[in-house]
Design a protein around this ligand. Structure first.
Ligand SMILES: Cc1cc2nc3c(=O)[nH]c(=O)nc-3n(C[C@H](O)[C@H](O)[C@H](O)COP(=O)(O)O)c2cc1C
Length: 360
């Protein structure tokens, strides 16, 4: 029955929906899906039907991590639900958790011009959004007092404008958002790796990163704090971020954001283009820190095999966006179902037992 539902979902998406969607402008389609998701999430009947057709749950996939209950390890990565419109339906699609944002202190329209493109032959997306979002105040109002069936995190980033190119202004910009979301959301993510905002990724550099995490640590936020890393860091930069993250009690690292093409100034690449770099960084961080951080693996997950590989490289949880765009929302149930098959094959009773088992 599960297999049949998954085959029907995958077939309908690949042969009916995707050929039409992929003829349309990617940003227009993104906006369209957000709106549809928002509407579906408001009505119990649509939520029930979505759950019936898409969601797959199994006890083997459940984990308690940092005091949060994850019913499965597959999350929606930051950047799809920028303005917190889809949390309600995402739990029915079958995700185990979701990340809202990235949210910035000031509302932001993002970069001008064309800012999304599909690179179909490489199963990737070029992203040059530039952190378009409604801003921390507005998103806080939407989420205040709301509870959902899955944990959700808030990803905060530096407002994309000329003023925040100044280091101190930028730190205060992050602090503004971090303070607002102190009581909202189950975890907080510091996105220091956005490849398409004014002034680049200044907080990937050690001294600036320390300034940021030191200030955030002073806020005494009790929920887990994650830092999202760029796949383009060198080992020295990663080592520095790891040691400062330990010092300032960061609980987890997200490996990774989009990758930059050095030859091109703007934007970053997702999907299969970033996959190898993300995997390498994840494995490197896991080898260095074995169990000291919660690790989230993201970049290029298009199948249960991809998700399982990241878990075996050290990821406690995984996230995706691009795979869902190329394969459809049925992919989430398919991954969760496939993960159970792999766990049984390898003699594990729970997904947590597979974490890091592929690292020598
Ligand atoms: C359309 C789009 C928008 C994104 N926006 C953000 C963002 O606002 N914040 C962030 O941390 N990552 C953002 N990302 C990066 C993703 O969260 C993820 O790290 C990256 O795409 C690799 O995963 P994937 O290959 O599964 O898409 C975005 C990615 C895409 C495709």
């Amino acid at each position: 029955m599960v297999n049949l539902k998954q085959k029907i979902n995958a077939g309908l998406y690949s042969y009916c929906a995707k050929p039409v969607f992929f003829l349309c402008d990617p940003e227009l389609m993104h906006t369209f899906f957000i709106r549809i998701g928002e509407i579906l999430g408001k009505y119990s009947i649509f939520k029930y039907l979505t759950r019936f057709f898409f969601s797959y749950q199994n006890k083997m996939l459940e984990q308690n991590i940092a005091g949060l209950k994850f019913r499965n390890p597959v999350g929606l990565s930051a950047g799809f639900d920028k303005n917190a419109q889809m949390i309600s339906i995402m739990e029915d699609v079958g995700f185990g958790f979701t990340e809202v944002g990235s949210v910035t202190a000031q509302a932001c329209e993002g970069n001008p011009g064309k800012r999304l493109a599909r690179i179909v032959e490489e199963k990737s997306i070029w992203v040059n959004f530039g952190l378009n979002n409604e801003g921390a105040d507005q998103i806080y109002k939407k989420l205040k007092g709301r509870r959902y069936g899955i944990p959700f995190g808030i990803s905060v980033a530096r407002t994309n404008c000329r003023e925040t190119a100044d280091e101190d202004v930028a730190v205060q910009d992050y602090i503004y958002s971090a303070k607002i979301f102190r009581e909202v959301g189950d975890f907080l993510v510091l996105n220091i790796s956005c490849p398409n905002a004014y002034g680049g990724q200044p907080f990937s550099e050690g001294k600036r990163f320390e300034k940021l995490v030191k200030e955030v640590s002073k806020l005494g936020i009790s929920k887990p704090i994650f830092v999202k890393l760029s796949p383009d860091l060198n080992k020295r930069e990663i080592d520095k971020i790891i040691s400062l993250s330990k010092k300032y009690k960061v609980r987890g690292l997200i490996c990774t954001n989009l990758t930059k093409d050095k030859a091109k100034k703007s934007g970053g690449y997702s999907g299969k283009i970033v996959e190898q770099r993300s995997d390498q960084l994840l494995e490197y961080v896991y080898k260095k820190t074995k169990g000291e951080f919660i690790l989230i693996g993201v970049g290029g997950i298009f199948s249960a095999e991809d998700a399982y590989r990241k878990i075996k490289l050290g990821a406690n949880l995984v996230e995706l966006i691009t795979g869902m765009i190329y394969e459809g929302p049925g992919l989430i149930g398919e991954i969760n179902h496939g993960l159970c098959t792999f766990l049984k094959r390898d003699g594990y009773k729970n997904i947590s037992q597979a974490v890091g088992k592929g690292v020598a």
